[in-house]
Every structure is written in structure tokens, then in C-alpha cells.
Design a protein around this ligand. Structure first.
Ligand code: SAH
Ligand code: SF4
Ligand code: F3S
Length: 472
């Protein structure tokens, strides 16, 4: 048993990252058995779950969406805000009940939550029915842990970053769009954020490995890839080679996959080279998620974000000017300790200046061990909730305005699957990442089609397939 030592993780080590091939253990021990996986959190976790599915399927398991049918349950957790924890512990209550009916059920918890020392201890003391606890650094060992499962709780969580693994047997959720990790971890240490602790220091993948994966996805017929990292513009800074994100992006674009996206960009270090590469390559989508977090330079400083309100707006305008039609979305936190009404008003002012296409908005949630959690927080929850509500109203009004500008236009849409909005509808995304529900295009799933936009709401567009009639 190896309980995490967060102090060690915070100090960081000089451990050299090794580039290794994944284990990919194969066995038929669990042939005909079923797995149920639930994923919380960000795109990294969604993609990690594709790796976990690969590990499970290599052991013989097949996926089920019915919890009652499962022989193994895997929860891939998130620790970004307190409510993420609450959801997982709530779900564990259900699992405990299922285990009473099926004592052979294997319950596993992985992801960011077990990387917190307090959570790992709690699982040990209060949740002995959880069989396997693993962290973000040793997903690659999950196969071995499952094969060794002997009804005793196994906790293996490492505080020191893992190696970079290649050639994982992913079971990808889609045959149309794919996630591609370009880096792991984060070195930014924004004062409110737990990610540098749960994911460790930044480790970039080698450029040739990323390009090989993208080429392979292209050959398999994927039409869209999203390059993943907590802070993609820092790509390569930890490698000996002279790599940067602009060079990587350009090389990925040259492979010729029709649509390339990337998340998340940090406003700090968003270089002119990056903007130029995005502007010059038609297959790099004109969509950028550029988290603002706060519109007050005072709060940004307390957050350790390394840019001011003015620098953010300058960058925003530069991107808008250089990449015509670009859509920009953001993340904003309200109620950070010491945020006054005046600071909050500055956030609203930046929203009014930038008129974002959309935003994910959050109430600040103190995370144990982060520097911000030590700042005395005197803002009542009611005030925070009112700020969030006011901000959301404003954000939604701009989203609606942007969406209405699409009415009457024809947009290229990548169709991904059946829509929840009606039997004859499918859904897909424009280049600018607008969700479109499309009538009568069932045969076009997995295709890029032109869609005539007929209506707009705050969070989606409606459209119909445009049929070209040749006159001669
Ligand atoms: N790496 C990305 C963000 C990852 S977390 C970036 O830097 O932009 C996604 C979002 O969650 C953050 O942008 C932030 O808005 C929010 N977030 C992170 N920690 C939080 C906390 N302690 N409380 C509330 N929101 C938080
Ligand atoms: Fe967290 Fe900041 Fe890193 Fe984003 S850049 S993951 S907010 S520490
Ligand atoms: Fe959550 Fe971990 Fe992602 S904390 S947001 S799943 S990196």
C-alpha cells in the first residue's frame, strides 16, 4: 500500500520523466464479464477513461451501461470543486448497495480525487468495500491491479509524476472525433487550482509520437482531433528539444486531418506565432477557449494568473483581428476571496467588452492545500450566488446574440450522432464549435455537410441540410 504524500508532490522532484511503452496486459480471465465506467471532470479525464476502457477490454471485459449488470465498476473522478466530490461519494453509496447483492463485484476509484491525501485516507477508513484505488499517475498499472484483486482493498496512488506512456490500446468513444494528449500535468499553479497537485508537473509528449498518433487517426478515417493539455501553449517547455506549440500545431495541420481543435489555452504566453499558425491553416478551427477567470487585475494577481485585465483584452482583440470569424469562449470564477462588488463589476465590464461566444462560470470552491484556500473568505454564499446569476444572464445574452448572427447562413457542420431534440434530428458542430440540431440528415452521421441555419437559441442552433441543385 502506498498512500500519497502530498507534501512531496508539492515540493516537486527532479525525477526525470521516462518515455515508455504502455503495458497493454492481455488476458481472458474476465471473458464475458461486464464493466461500467463513469467519468467526471474535464476532457483529460474523458480521454483517460478511453485508456481505462482499453485496459479493461484487454482483460476480456465488455462495456455495459447498466450498473446492475456490471461485474466491475470504475469511477474516474474529478477534484476541481467540492461538488465534484459530493457526486462521487453519493454514487459510492449506490455501489455499496450493489455490492451487498453481488459480493464479487469489483469497485475501482481512480482519477484526481484519490490524488488528494484526505480522500485516499477516507476511502481506506470509511469505504473498505472499494477494492481498488488508483491515481492519475498509474493508470497503466490498473490491469495488473485487477488481475491481482483478492478482495482486500488495494490503494496505489503515487504523489510523484508518472512516466509518459506511448502506444496505449485506447477504446475511443467515437469513430469521428478523437482526443490526443499532447502533455500531462500543469506547472502554472494558479492559486485556487488543485490540478498541479492531482496531475503533477508538466510532461510533454515527444512531437514525433503525437504526429504518429494523428497520422494513424487520419488513416483510420477520423475527421476531427482535439489536442489536449491543461495549458497547451506551454507545450514543449519541459523537453530538451526546441519545440513549441505553434510548431506542433503547424506540423499537425500539415498531416491534413480535416478539423483540428485544441484545449486549453492560457492567455499568458499565447504567442503571435500561434495566432499566425491558426490564421493560416484552414483545418485549424477558428475556435479558442481562453479562460479569463476574473476581470479584475487585483483578483487576477491573487489568482496567480500572470496577466492583467488590459493584457487579456489586448490579446483578445489581436486574436479577433487576425482570425476572422473566430469564436472565443471562456471560464470565469466568481466569489474568489476578497472579490468586492467593484471587482465583480470589472468582470462584467470585460464580458461587455469581449462579448464572449460562451462561458463556463463557477463559484469559487476552496481546495485543500492550495494557496488560495488559506486566504480568509468573507463573502457570503448568497452574494456569490447572486453574482453567478447576474454573470450567467449577461453571458447567455451574448451567446444568443452571436448565435442569432448565424440565422440565414450556411455553415459546414461535422455530424456526430442522433440529436436528443427529436427523432428525425441529428447533431453536430460548426467550425466555430456551435452545436447545431439538424433535420432529416440521419444518413450523414460521420460526414461534413453544409447546413442552412434556420433558428438560434442561447446554447444551440437549428438547421437543415443544404442541398445543392446543379443548374447545368
Ligand atoms: N487548465 C485550464 C483549466 C482547467 S480547470 C485553464 O487554466 O484554463 C477548468 C476551470 O475550472 C478553470 O478554468 C476554472 O475556471 C475552474 N476552476 C478551477 N479551480 C477552481 C476552484 N477552486 N473553484 C472554482 N472553479 C475552479
Ligand atoms: Fe489549474 Fe491554472 Fe493549471 Fe489551469 S493553468 S490547470 S487553472 S493551475
Ligand atoms: Fe477535474 Fe482532474 Fe480534470 S481535477 S478538471 S479531472 S484534471
Amino acid at each position: 500500500m502506498n498512500l500519497p504524500n502530498m507534501k512531496q508532490a508539492r515540493l516537486r522532484t527532479d525525477k526525470k520523466v521516462e518515455f515508455l511503452d504502455a503495458n497493454n496486459i492481455k488476458s481472458d480471465k474476465f471473458k464475458n464479464k461486464k464493466y461500467f465506467i463513469r467519468t467526471y471532470g474535464c476532457q483529460m479525464n474523458v480521454h483517460d477513461s478511453e485508456e481505462i476502457k482499453g485496459i479493461l477490454e484487454n482483460l476480456g471485459f465488455r462495456e455495459t451501461t447498466s450498473l446492475e449488470e456490471a461485474d466491475i465498476i470504475v469511477l474516474n473522478t474529478c477534484a476541481i470543486r467540492e461538488n465534484a466530490h459530493d457526486k462521487v461519494f453519493g454514487f459510492l453509496g449506490r455501489c455499496k448497495h450493489l455490492k451487498k447483492e453481488n459480493p464479487n463485484l469489483i469497485i475501482c476509484i481512480g482519477g484526481c480525487m484519490p490524488q488528494e491525501e484526505s480522500v485516499a485516507s477516507l476511502l481506506k477508513e470509511k469505504y473498505p468495500f472499494v477494492n481498488i484505488v488508483f491515481g492519475t499517475h498509474n493508470i497503466n498499472d490498473l490491469g495488473k491491479m485487477i488481475l491481482e484483486e483478492n478482495k482486500k482493498q488495494q490503494i496505489e496512488v503515487y504523489s510523484i509524476e508518472g512516466n509518459v506512456y506511448e502506444h496505449m490500446d485506447y477504446v475511443r468513444d467515437s469513430k469521428i472525433t478523437a482526443w490526443v494528449n499532447i502533455m500531462y500535468g500543469c506547472d502554472k499553479f494558479c492559486t485556487y487550482c488543485i490540478v498541479p497537485f492531482t496531475r503533477g508537473k508538466q510532461r510533454s509528449r515527444k512531437m514525433e509520437d503525437i504526429l504518429r498518433e494523428v497520422k494513424d487517426l487520419k488513416e483510420k478515417g477520423y475527421l476531427e482531433i482535439t489536442l489536449l493539455g491543461q495549458n497547451v501553449n506551454a507545450y514543449g517547455k519541459d523537453l530538451e528539444e526546441e519545440y513549441d506549440f505553434a510548431t506542433l500545431l503547424e506540423n499537425v495541420a500539415k498531416i491534413g486531418i480535416p478539423r483540428i481543435r485544441f484545449v486549453t489555452s492560457h492567455p499568458w504566453d499565447f504567442t503571435d506565432e500561434m495566432i499566425n499558425v491558426i490564421a493560416e491553416h484552414k483545418n485549424i478551427m477558428p475556435y479558442i477557449h481562453l479562460p479569463l477567470q476574473s476581470g479584475s487585475s487585483k483578483i487576477l494577481k491573487l489568482m496567480g494568473r500572470r496577466y492583467t485585465k488590459e493584457e487579456y483584452i489586448t490579446l483578445y482583440n489581436k486574436i479577433k483581428k487576425r482570425i476572422p470569424g473566430v469564436s472565443i469562449t471562456t471560464d470565469i470564477i466568481v466569489g474568489f476571496p476578497n472579490e468586492t462588488d467593484e471587482d465583480f463589476k470589472e468582470t462584467l465590464d470585460v464580458v461587455n467588452t469581449c462579448k464572449f461566444d460562451g462561458a463556463f462560470t463557477f463559484i469559487y470552491s476552496p481546495r485543500e492545500g492550495t494557496p488560495a484556500s488559506k486566504i480568509k473568505d468573507t463573502i457570503p454564499m448568497e452574494v456569490k450566488e447572486n453574482r453567478l446569476h447576474e454573470l450567467n444572464e449577461l453571458i447567455n445574452s451574448y451567446s444568443l446574440k452571436h448565435n442569432q448572427e448565424y440565422i440565414g447562413k450556411t455553415e459546414e457542420v461535422l455530424v456526430l450522432g442522433p440529436s436528443e431534440k427529436g427523432e428525425n434530428k441529428v447533431y453536430g458542430y460548426t467550425k466555430t464549435m456551435k452545436l447545431v440540431n439538424i433535420d432529416d440528415a440521419k444518413d450523414d452521421i460521420g460526414k461534413l455537410i453544409n447546413v442552412y441555419i434556420t433558428d438560434a437559441k442561447s446554447f444551440s442552433l437549428d438547421g437543415k441540410k443544404e442541398v445543392f441543385i446543379k443548374n447545368n
